[in-house]
Design a protein around this ligand. Structure first.
Ligand code: AHR
Length: 326
């Protein structure tokens, strides 16, 4: 319930500044003034894979189309640097911040610092721990894929493909990141309901190709009986395919590979018969991110979560989809 003094303050705000500011304050969020152009920040996590490069290109292209000034930072895989990057954007007086938080907990101080500085912050792609910061209260919204569903879809495909039987190695994304946490949960929950399927090892490959390869190499040596690899992204799946081949086995025949993203090399691996399927996770956030900021500046209601609709790729559509990939 809103207290009398708070209600009066809100009414005064209506009179002075109009609906846009009031709507934001009523939620406890900093407003975004309506202006002809903006200076905004985009804090990227790292640039070591095609997915990240496609995301950055989309954010830069859209800013250029709108004629907005973009302050771009790359945290180079360090959550501490990403917090510092956001603090630097705040110091530079950006109007709004787009953040892809590398990990769920370490980026909370960045979210709170933007709120304290009166700068609206939009989470894109990855999220932060919902117990420590809330969408619609501490930051404007989360725009991204449903990572839990991605893990579930990969597992559902697998269950059908191997008729509920198999020995699985799981290669996880960066520890503490929302896609690694949620993809694991979505996948593992389905596998747990299928007694003929067993995950014998699950270890991080840090969402990059070479670490994925090294993790797969170690796990294949420790578990030569494994006949399935689930990787939390295509880059690690491609690394795992190299490890399978180096072990003298045939990817797609001796060992089935399933993953997430839908990057060009992932789709090519499906076409080549080395990977079974990949669940799309679309990195092209530019149009949706800037549209949300514009809507927000007009005082329009922004949902706390805006979920991307993603596709699913297997042998039936990989060739037709590869030209649109990155
Ligand atoms: O947060 C999305 C994930 O991060 C993508 O699946 C991965 O490729 C990227 O690094």
């Amino acid at each position: 319930m809103v207290s009398i003094s708070r209600r009066m303050a809100l009414m005064a705000t209506v009179a002075i500044a109009g609906f846009a500011v009031t709507a934001a304050m009523a939620d406890g969020l900093p407003p975004l003034k309506q202006k002809a152009t903006y200076k905004v920040g985009f804090a990227q996590t790292e640039s070591n894979n095609p997915w990240r490069l496609a995301q950055t290109a989309s954010m830069k292209d859209e800013a250029a189309k709108l004629g907005w000034q973009l302050v771009y930072t790359d945290a180079a895989g360090s959550a501490a640097k990403q917090v510092a990057d956001v603090n630097s954007m705040i110091a530079q007086g950006v109007d709004a911040i787009f953040l892809s938080p590398r990990e769920e907990k370490p980026l909370i101080p960045a979210v709170m610092a933007a709120k304290k500085a009166g700068i609206p912050l939009f989470l894109i792609d990855r999220s932060v721990d919902p117990n420590l910061a809330k969408a619609g209260v501490d930051y404007v919204t989360f725009i991204g894929s449903d990572f839990l569903l991605e893990g579930k879809q990969a597992a559902d495909w697998l269950v059908k493909k191997v008729d509920g039987k198999g020995i699985i190695l799981e290669i996880e994304g960066s520890t503490g990141s929302s896609p690694a946490n949620d993809r694991k949960k979505g996948f593992d929950d389905v596998i747990a309901q299928n007694p003929g399927l067993k995950i014998v090892a699950s270890q991080t490959g840090n969402f990059n190709r070479d670490e994925g390869r090294k993790t797969a190499e170690a796990l294949l040596q420790a578990h030569p009986e494994a006949n399935i690899i689930f990787a939390h992204n295509d880059e690690m799946a491609i690394g795992a395919i190299s490890a399978i081949e180096a072990a003298g086995k045939k990817p797609g025949k001796d060992i089935l590979v399933v993953s997430i993203d839908g990057e060009k090399d992932g789709l090519q691996a499906i076409i080549d018969g080395k990977m079974g399927a990949t669940v799309e996770c679309n990195p092209k956030f530019g149009p949706a991110a800037y549209a949300a900021a514009i809507k927000y500046s007009k005082g329009e209601k922004i949902p706390a979560t805006m979920t991307n609709t993603d596709r699913f790729y297997d042998a039936s559509n990989a060739a037709a989809s590869i030209a649109d990939s990155y």
